[in-house]
Write a protein that binds this ligand. Structure first.
Ligand SMILES: [Zn+2]
Length: 185
C-alpha cells in the first residue's frame, strides 16, 4: 500500500472562457441540490461535484472546490482540468476556482471510457448502503481523492460491467456514489 499522497493542483491560466455546458450543469446541479445528493453538510463542508468533458478531448470542466453549497455556479466557480498526473495526484487547471479535490475520480472515468461525456459524484448514505457491492464497487482501501481511488476506478472499467451500468460505489468513501454517461442527463 502506498502512502497517502495529497491532491495538489497547479493553475496555468487565471480564467476560463464561457463553455456551452454551463447552463446544463447548473440545471442538473439544481436537481441534485433539491434531492440533497450534493450540497453542504451540517459542518458547512460542501460535498458532491459534477464535470463535463470538453468535446472529444481528455480535458474537462469541473465544479470548483468547496462549491457544494452554492445554488447557481458562475464561470468563476468552475475549473477546466487540462492535464492529470495520476501517480502524483496532481492536476493542472485553468480558472479562478481550484478544481474539486476529487478531480482525478472524474479524470479516471474520462481516461477509461471514450463515450463518457459527463460525471456526477454525490453523497447519500442510504443509497450507498443499498448499492454497496451490488453495483461495481471500488476497494475499501481506496480513500477519496487518492491515486489509489483513480486506479481502482480504472480497474473497474476492465474488471466489471461498470461501462454498461454507468454507476459505481466508493466503499472507502462513505456515502460516495459516482455516475456517468454521454451527457449529464
Ligand atoms: Zn465525495
Amino acid at each position: 500500500m502506498s502512502e497517502y499522497i495529497k491532491f495538489s493542483c497547479e493553475r496555468v491560466a487565471p480564467g476560463i472562457a464561457s463553455f456551452g455546458g454551463l447552463a446544463d450543469l447548473n440545471a442538473y446541479r439544481r436537481k441534485l441540490l433539491r434531492l440533497r445528493l450534493i450540497g453542504m453538510d451540517p459542518n458547512g463542508i460542501g460535498f458532491g461535484n459534477l464535470s463535463v468533458r470538453d468535446g472529444a478531448t481528455d480535458k474537462f470542466y469541473i465544479t470548483g472546490s468547496a462549491t457544494g453549497g452554492i445554488t447557481e455556479l458562475t464561470l468563476a466557480d468552475c475549473a477546466k482540468v487540462v492535464a492529470c498526473d495520476f501517480k502524483r495526484n496532481r492536476v493542472r487547471y485553468e480558472g479562478s476556482a481550484p478544481p474539486s479535490s476529487e478531480s482525478l475520480t472524474h479524470a479516471a472515468i474520462y481516461a477509461s471510457d471514450a463515450g463518457a461525456g459527463a460525471a456526477i459524484h454525490c453523497h447519500d448514505s442510504k443509497l450507498w448502503a443499498a448499492v454497496l457491492n451490488q453495483a461495481p464497487t471500488t476497494s475499501k482501501a481506496a480513500a477519496y481523492g487518492t491515486p489509489e481511488m483513480a486506479y481502482e476506478i480504472m480497474r473497474l472499467f476492465t474488471a466489471s460491467d461498470v461501462r454498461r451500468r454507468e454507476i459505481f460505489v466508493m466503499a472507502g468513501h462513505e456515502g460516495g456514489i459516482v455516475t456517468f454517461g454521454k451527457d449529464l442527463e
